[in-house]
Design a protein around this ligand. Structure first.
Ligand code: DGI
Ligand code: FE
Ligand code: FE
Length: 204
C-alpha cells in the first residue's frame, strides 16, 4: 500500500491526509518534516510486516513529533494544566514532546484512539506496556532510513525478526547513551528499562 491510498476520514480523524501533512509541516523545520515522512514510511513497512493497522501507524507517525519544536514554556503549561507528570518539566522538550504531542493529536486532530495516542505519548521513552502500534512507532522512529548512529544496523536487523527485541535494544542503548553523555535520566525512562529487563530475564 502506498501512502497516497491512505484514508483516515471517518475512522480515526476527520482530517484528510493532505490537511494533516500541511498542518504538521507548519510546525517544524523542513529537515524534521522529512524525518516525519521517513518515520511514516518505516512505520507502514513494520505495520504490514507485523499485522498492525497501517492507517493507525501512519497517523501516529505523522503526528509523533508535532510538538517537538514548540517552546519549552508552552509545553510546560500543557504538562501542568493537563495533569501530566510535572517531573517531566525538569527534563526539557525531549521528554515533554511525546505526551504534549498526544495532547495535540487529540485536541487538534480529534483522535480518540487510545493506542494511537499512547504510541505518540510513549514514542521517546517507550512504555512499560506498549501496544503493537506503540512498538511500531517506537522502532520506526529509531530505524528510519535517515538515521545513521552506531548500532542502527543492528537495530534494523533485530526489527526484521522481533519488535520486542528491537524495542529492548533501543531502551538499553538509550540509557547507555544518556549515561555516556552525562545527561539526566527521567525516572520514567528507568521504569521502562526495569520492566523490559525484568521481562527479558524472566523469559530466559
Ligand atoms: O524526536 P526525535 O528526535 O525524532 O526522537 P525521540 O523522540 O526519540 O527523542 C530522542 C531524544 O530524547 C534522544 O536524544 C534521547 C532523548 N532522551 C530519551 N530519554 C531521555 C532523553 N533525554 C534525557 N535527558 N533523559 C531521558 O531520560
Ligand atoms: Fe520525538
Ligand atoms: Fe521522531
Amino acid at each position: 500500500m502506498t501512502n497516497t491510498e491512505l484514508a483516515y476520514t471517518g475512522i480515526y480523524t476527520d482530517w484528510t491526509r493532505e490537511a494533516i501533512l500541511a498542518e504538521v509541516e507548519k510546525q517544524m523545520k523542513p529537515s524534521r518534516f522529512q524525518h516525519v515522512l521517513r518515520v511514516e514510511a518505516s512505520s507502514i513497512q513494520l505495520a504490514e510486516k507485523y499485522g498492525a493497522s497501517v492507517e493507525a501507524c501512519s497517523l501516529a507517525a505523522l503526528l509523533h513529533d508535532y510538538a517537538k519544536e514548540h517552546a519549552a514554556e508552552s509545553m510546560k503549561e500543557i504538562v501542568l494544566s493537563e495533569g501530566m507528570d510535572s517531573e517531566m518539566t525538569g527534563y526539557g522538550s525531549e521528554i515533554m514532546h511525546g505526551p504534549v504531542g498526544a495532547y495535540y493529536a487529540e485536541t487538534v486532530f480529534g483522535i480518540k484512539d487510545e493506542a494511537i495516542l499512547d504510541a505518540i505519548r510513549q514514542h521517546t521513552i517507550g512504555g512499560e506496556m506498549m501496544t503493537l502500534i506503540g512498538k511500531v512507532l517506537f522502532i520506526a522512529d529509531y530505524i528510519e532510513s535517515g538515521r545513521a548512529f552506531k548500532g542502527v544496523d543492528e537495530a534494523r536487523r533485530l526489527a526484521e525478526d522481533s519488535l520486542d527485541e528491537a524495542a529492548y535494544f533501543k531502551i538499553e542503548k538509550t540509557i547507555i547513551h544518556l549515561v555516556k553523555k552525562e545527561l539526566p535520566i527521567y525516572p520514567g525512562t528507568i521504569y521502562v528499562y526495569n520492566s523490559w529487563i525484568q521481562r527479558k530475564v524472566g523469559k530466559s
